[in-house]
Design a protein around this ligand. Structure first.
Ligand code: GLY
Length: 334
């Protein structure tokens, strides 16, 4: 019964058209603001790093990796590892909130400038899924490994098997079990799922995405983050995009691929992020109940960020400066 209620209460299966109501007003000042860190001189926009949410430590680490002359791919792995190791971040890696059965299960993917991609889903007891995703990409003939097979691969590589459920996350889960009610909390649940994009000094783009997924999800649930085109997409000729928030909605609209394709057609990263949000909003009468946020960068190093709801943040390091900012929110309608 509870399980049925869980499925009904989520917005996951609901599709519909919002009757003439919710729509993005129009292009706004945010398009201009999103590129404030970029100057007219393209070369100054690069190298750069952008990540979802307020993650200065992760972005700093990625930036310093680029400053050492290393690749965008290295920067992504190093940056994402910072959040994966942080027990205070309860949406990623060590300390991530568990599924409804108390298991911490992690998803991650990484994509390089050549269009190669590696991913792990439902990985348990390994602190750095982003590194395993990279190994899948570089050391196997596959692109996606799941569950026990992915864990076995990690152990064979020498990664340590660890208990990732911290006392704080266990206590939160025990508290949740008192009601077992499932209701995503906008900008709280998922708020630290990290998507990161970087361009190195050679102008090559890479991206990564890592998460423990929705808190108290059904056992076996996998979201958008490790799925190419949904949680992340990189095309080195055009740009890159990544997502955070309700993965089911990102999956259904293949959001990151959509954003890159919109940029290919000439949209700015900001306009493309807004259009991807618009697609979700227009199909979901219940969009008020969940959050989805996107960030994007084009080949010039111009950035974009947008989300369904206020509260979404992006952190950018560009032109020697780091800044966390909230994209201007301009959804209108009931
Ligand atoms: N966006 C993360 C997830 O839904 O799992």
């Amino acid at each position: 019964m509870k399980r049925r209620k869980f499925i009904q209460n989520t917005s996951l299966g609901s599709l519909g058209v919002v009757a003439g109501a919710t729509a993005l007003a129009c292009k706004s000042e945010s398009e201009k603001e999103a590129t404030t860190l970029a100057t007219d001189k393209e070369e100054k926009n690069i190298p750069m790093v952008i990540a979802t949410w307020e993650v200065p430590n992760a972005v700093s680490k990625a930036w310093s990796t680029l400053q050492e002359g290393r690749t965008a791919l290295d920067a992504i792995e190093e940056g994402c590892k910072v959040e994966e190791a942080d027990p205070e971040n309860q949406s990623v890696g060590y300390g991530g909130l568990p599924d409804r059965d108390g298991n911490v299960t992690l998803d991650a993917c990484i994509m390089n400038s050549k269009g190669d991609y590696g991913s792990v889903v439902y990985l348990q007891n390994i602190k750095h899924p982003i590194s395993i995703a990279r190994k899948v990409m570089e050391d196997t003939p596959h692109v996606l490994m799941a569950g026990m097979g992915a864990q076995q691969f990690a152990l064979e590589l020498g990664f340590e098997k660890e208990n990732l459920l911290t006392e704080a996350s266990k206590a939160a889960w025990e508290e949740w079990k008192k009601t077992s009610e499932y209701k995503p909390i906008i900008n709280i649940e998922n708020h630290d799922t990290i998507g990161m994009l970087a361009i190195d000094k050679d102008g090559n783009i890479s991206g990564g995405c890592t998460t423990s997924g929705l808190a108290y999800k059904m056992a076996g649930r996998v979201g958008d983050s490790p799925i190419i085109g949904a949680g992340l997409f990189v095309d080195n000729e055009i740009g890159a995009a990544t997502a955070t928030g309700m993965g089911e909605e990102v999956l259904k609209t293949v959001g990151s691929f959509l954003i890159v394709e919109l940029m290919r057609q000439g949209m700015s990263p900001q306009a493309a992020c807004e259009e991807a949000v618009r697609r979700i909003v227009s199909k979901n009468p219940n969009h008020k109940d969940f959050q989805v946020g996107y960030i994007a960068v084009n080949k010039k190093g111009e950035t974009g960020a947008y989300a369904i709801h206020e509260g979404f943040l992006a952190t950018v390091h560009q032109n020697e400066k780091m800044k966390t900012y909230a994209p201007e929110y301009h959804l209108t309608g009931p």
